[in-house]
Design a protein around this ligand. Structure first.
Ligand SMILES: NC(=O)c1ccc[n+]([C@@H]2O[C@H](COP(=O)([O-])OP(=O)(O)OC[C@H]3O[C@@H](n4cnc5c(N)ncnc54)[C@H](O)[C@@H]3O)[C@@H](O)[C@H]2O)c1
Length: 286
């Protein structure tokens, strides 16, 4: 079984939700932590929690949609700890909104945080891990929305399908070179976090308050939908434990909501049996 004591975790989105509880669980297991998030005041609270629990940590306030910010965070972590053993690409946002209504800047924002931030971190950290003698792990947080599709949030599905696909493809490439890195992709259903507060983390470069879309009924309905599904999700309590058990058991797909498994099978059956998306299948689900 893997032992994470004294190993270094590099985790994005550590200020709230999954990132916060996973960082705290890492501290309990004796890990050293590099905590990255755009929300500095909330990140300070996570930093205090983990250091109060006895962990050695650094906190790095950074916007991970920017490659140079991710590079600088990796450099700071290497200067402090000299190694990275567990990369958790977790920072993310959710943007409801139909294809023909969601502004292009919102598409760019979600793809940069949910996909490109994971790319930036892996591009820098995989070569570091390959040089290390010990085994390492990379966990990309995707979503059940990366395995099945639903109405109302095509940008979220696009980003999460991308995260699943690039994690699978990277796993093949690492296996081909017999690398000492285990890949994992987490695909949770709805969990009670701060995910419906996505607007609080909108970087200036993706902001245009004068765009009437942000006053439209479509936008407000999307916000209500996100709040409804997240606040009615599962409690977060068991998530960090599930993550570490999956890392220990070296599971690739980390699923947290077995009730959605039939939807995954339905999608695959639909594809191989020449089916097509049928919104009526979603009646009573979404
Ligand atoms: N909560 C759910 O139901 C659910 C389900 C499936 C997948 N997920 C995924 O889990 C991950 C974590 O989300 P969560 O539910 O804990 O939400 P959350 O909002 O509680 O946490 C997301 C964190 O990412 C940070 N962040 C946002 N933009 C950032 C940026 N540009 N740079 C750096 N940090 C940034 C936020 O400050 C926040 O701390 C996301 O990738 C999300 O898509 C969540």
């Amino acid at each position: 079984m893997k032992d994470f004591k004294n190993q270094v975790m590099f985790i994005t989105g550590a200020a709230h939700g999954f990132g916060k509880v996973i960082a705290e669980e890492g501290a309990q297991r004796g890990m050293r932590l590099a905590l990255i998030d755009i929300d500095e005041p909330a990140l300070q609270a996570t930093y205090k929690d983990v250091t109060d629990a006895g962990a050695e940590a650094i906190m790095i306030a950074a916007d991970v949609t920017k490659e140079d910010a991710v590079d600088a965070a990796v450099d700071q972590t290497m200067t402090k700890f000299g190694q990275i053993n567990l990369l958790i690409n977790n920072a993310g946002i959710a943007l409801p909104g139909r294809m023909w209504e969601l502004p292009t800047r919102d598409w760019e924002w979600i793809m940069h945080i949910n996909v490109m931030s994971q790319v930036y971190a892996m591009k820098r950290i995989i070569p570091i891990m390959l040089k290390q003698k010990t085994r390492s792990d990379i966990l990309n947080v995707a979503s059940i929305a990366g395995l099945v599709d639903t109405p109302g949030m095509p940008s979220y599905h696009a980003s999460k399908f991308a995260a699943v696909g690039m994690t699978e493809a990277t796993a093949y490439d690492l296996q081909r070179i017999d690398a000492n890195i285990d890949m994992h992709v987490m695909c949770p259903g709805f969990v009670q976090t701060d995910l419906y507060h996505t607007e609080n983390h909108r970087p200036a470069q993706y902001s245009d308050p004068t765009d009437p879309y942000y006053q439209s009924e479509a936008y407000l309905k999307g916000q209500q939908f996100a709040k409804y599904v997240i606040t009615n999700g599962k409690p977060i309590d068991s998530i960090a434990d599930t993550v570490f058990k999956a890392l220990e058991d070296n599971r690739f797909y980390i699923l947290t909501h077995p009730e959605f498994n039939p939807l995954i099978s339905d999608r695959v059956n639909r594809i191989v049996n020449d089916g097509a998306p049928d919104v009526h299948v979603m009646d009573g689900i979404m």
